[in-house]
Design a protein around this ligand. Sequence first.
Ligand code: THG
Length: 377
Amino acid sequence: MSSSLFVSRRNRRTPFTDRIEAHGVTGFSIVNHTLLPKSFGRSVEEDYWHLREHVQLWDVSCQRQVEIQGKDAKKLVQRMTPRDLSKAEVGQCLYAPLIDENAGMINDPVILKRAEDWYWMSIADSDVLLWAKGLSLGMDLEVQIQEPDVSPLAVQGPKAEILMSRVFGKPVTMLKFFHFGEYSFEGRKLVIARSGYSRQGGFEIYLDQTAMGGKLWDTLWEAGKDLEVSPGCPNLIERVEGGLLSYGNEMTRENNPLECNLERYCNLDGTIDCVGMTRLREVAKKGIQQRIRGIVFEGEASPPCGFPWPLIHDAQKAGYTTTVVWSPRLKTNLALAMVRKEFWATNQELLVELPDGTQRKGFVTDLPFKEMAGTIG
Ligand code: THG
């Protein structure tokens, strides 16, 4: 059986799609109505090892920017997140939960503070722009909200720094983690951050002119040949091992940020007046009933799976997996999972129920996953 995706203006190509196709892309996902390449004909495991050793170019244009600019920009952005932004500096990237009036997760963007009155929210998969426009109208704010022609290209892996210094010069290597600056390319300035959706280190280049996509890709490609540069995409195994959460998978609007281990990005002291704060403080006071934890489980290598599998303990439901992978490095199956309070203690044993009805022994562990902390009894 063969199937293909019909692409139109609703599910958009990116400045890099031509190059991605030339490299033999074999599958796409759609995020923010935009193509996200998912495979180049190699296994997730092969891509994983390559990412840990070399450098990859990821077309993550689907990380769209919601730009909020104007006199009330700061007020609106703070109204959207429980993370205290009052001390944020221009040039900083801030990972921040966005929540609704019930403290449900709306998104978990990286916020770039470009100026006192100018923010980019680099979003995961949900329509933040509409939420922001609704809030701004309701609050009668003076802001402009739009999606600019900005498409991030991630350069990830241990050789990312050497590749970036070849193309943008030594200064780019001075960037601190989760900070950005502007660097020259072909006579224009590009925003570049030290960030990215992996734990292997790297950068994200915010290309702000679609027509330059091919040129940017080709330049990085040529400069990286002897570094074994390869096209890639966020790697499921690496992301799960590293405990990086994916909106829509680990969390939805049904979950509050505390359940998603994002309490360090929530200021609950009463000084932040964001939508949903009253509810979030109530939830915090009462205590959450479930949270994202790591699960290690035995048996043969599971293919990557993003559909929930039940977690069972003494015939009771202990929670559900959100993403399952086989870790070729830790040589075991791993899952990110939403686990009920009674069962979330480290080393708690439970059963993972596969779609075929078989049950595998497993235990709860901290995130990010480390070399085996416990053993399956
Ligand atoms: N980069 C950019 N935009 C993005 C993502 C990205 N938008 C969508 C998605 N990814 C948002 N989700 C995340 C999740 C985790 C991280 C970044 C974006 C991340 N977290 C680190 C951590 O959890 O340790 C660091 C957080 C911090 O220090 O504040 O990197 O990848 N542009």
